[in-house]
Design a protein around this ligand. Structure first.
Ligand code: SAM
Length: 234
């Protein structure tokens, strides 16, 4: 499958997530063999929020990172934003304590003044945007100096044997699993295609540095298939 051109990507991505919202959480658990929530826990820890800190979860989707943050740190305040209403409706239903404001917004034009948060994070967003650097720059803008920008994404392993196994998993197993729970054929072709096109961890680090984030580090998990990048706002 070829990816949509940049100008059509936002609409394509929004339609795809609107169509898969009802099954999104189930698909996540199946495709990651139940590991995805542990990565979200690590993202919240990596945000390193101060007492009563303010966190923005960009592209919150069904709000799993945002709700994990409130669970882990009941003292903080969290806002979730996303441009797919249908995804956030699922998240809203899970927020039984009604503690999580969810705001419809494009990750490349966040409706918040500069320095509004102590950290901004995103999970599985960056593969889907038409301009990765601009999206990081927007997160850097809304985070106060000293705060962090944290990114969780799928990546391709560097080691040849894992790369081959990952290729099999992603091009054979994932489309079959996705087909079981989604009737949208392009959704299950899009995921492997967008991952192949996505920068490897060292390149993503360079992109983060190019928008002024400092001390950028990353760690890879799950046999090199998942990366968490952390940068500091200077
Ligand atoms: C794979 S889901 C991830 C959801 C959630 N962060 C998680 O950890 O499960 C990607 C989300 O990014 C959102 N998204 C993609 N591009 C976006 C953009 N430009 N602005 C806002 N949201 C976007 C989609 O609507 C979708 O909810």
């Amino acid at each position: 499958m070829s990816l949509p051109p940049p100008e059509e990507k936002p609409r394509y991505v929004r339609d795809m997530f609107a169509g898969t919202a009802q099954r999104y959480d189930l698909m996540n658990r199946l495709m990651t063999l139940g590991q995805d929530q542990s990565w979200r826990r690590r993202v919240v820890e990596a945000c390193n929020l101060p007492p009563r800190g303010r966190l923005l979860d960009v592209a919150t989707g069904t709000a799993d990172i945002a709700l994990e943050a409130l669970n882990q740190r009941p003292d903080i305040s969290v806002i979730g934003s996303d441009f797919t209403h249908e995804m956030m409706l699922i998240g809203q239903a899970k927020d039984v304590a009604r503690r999580l404001p969810l705001i419809e917004a494009d990750a490349m034009r966040l409706p918040f003044p500069d320095n509004s948060f102590d950290a901004a994070c995103s999970g599985f967003l960056m593969r889907n945007v038409s301009d990765i650097a601009a999206t990081f720059a927007e997160q850097r803008r809304v985070v106060s100096p000293g705060g962090r920008v944290v990114c969780l994404e799928i990546t391709r392993p560097a080691t040849p044997i894992w790369r081959d196994l990952f290729g099999l998993y992603f091009h054979q197993f994932v489309p079959r699993i996705t087909a079981l729970v989604s009737s949208n054929k392009s959704a299950y072709d899009y995921l492997p295609a967008s991952t192949v096109a996505f920068p490897r961890p060292p390149q993503l680090k360079t992109i983060m540095e190019s928008v002024g984030l400092g001390n950028v580090t990353y760690r890879v998990l799950m046999l090199g298939t998942i990366a968490i990048h952390v940068g500091e706002v200077r």
